[in-house]
Design a protein around this ligand. Structure first.
Ligand code: GDP
Ligand code: MG
Length: 168
């Protein structure tokens, strides 16, 4: 039987919660001071979509995003993408369009979702709900609001992308 594996790239400015999301989804853990793991390229988790086993491989950027130094190897073969911004970081929201362009340049058009992380900090929000919705609509992507900290909606992000990939 053919095994289905999907490589998902998770991009967005530094500090939005990408590494935490990968740790949360694949290991079920959350730590406030997650140290950038050197030498670990990706983690994976197996799920079932329409009765079939799908291996979700999540690639982490290990901090290169802060220096605009993500290598082509990071994007190679990616079949789905998470564009992440933080509820409390306006710059990270404004950078989403650029991240979409970068991924599109490297991977073409692949199933993509916009993730607004840290919704547990809604009282400190610097992006209105309407702005987030408008941006996502303009990019043609679904918007999913998550809290990696409180484990809200994290699994839905990858289930949604895996389902989209499966339909192609
Ligand atoms: P990365 O640079 O995008 O990989 O971000 P990290 O995963 O290193 O997270 C940056 C900081 O945000 C860390 O202190 C995390 O613990 C914190 N963080 C991640 N997700 C959440 C969340 O959903 N809520 C809150 N309050 N903090 C979060
Ligand atoms: Mg990181």
């Amino acid at each position: 039987e053919l095994e289905i594996a999907i490589k998902v790239v998770i991009v967005g400015n530094g500090g939005v919660g990408k590494s935490s999301m990968i740790q949360r989804y694949c290991k079920g853990i959350y730590t406030k001071d997650y140290k950038k793991t050197i030498g670990v390229d990706f983690l994976e988790r197996q799920i079932e979509i329409d009765g079939e086993d799908v291996r979700i491989m999540l690639w982490d950027t290990a901090g290169q995003e802060e220096f605009d130094a993500i290598t082509k190897a990071y994007y190679r073969g990616a079949q789905a993408c998470v564009l992440t911004f933080s509820t409390t970081d306006r710059m990270s929201f404004e950078a989403i369009k650029d991240w979409k362009m970068k991924v599109e340049n490297e991977c073409g058009e692949i199933p993509t979702v916009v993730v607004q992380n840290k919704i547990d900090l809604m009282d400190q929000a610097v992006v209105s709900p309407e702005e987030a919705e408008t941006l996502s609509r303009n990019l043609g992507c679904r918007l999913i609001r998550t809290s990696v900290k409180e484990d809200v909606n994290v699994a839905s992000v990858f289930r949604y992308l895996a389902t989209k990939c499966h339909q192609i």
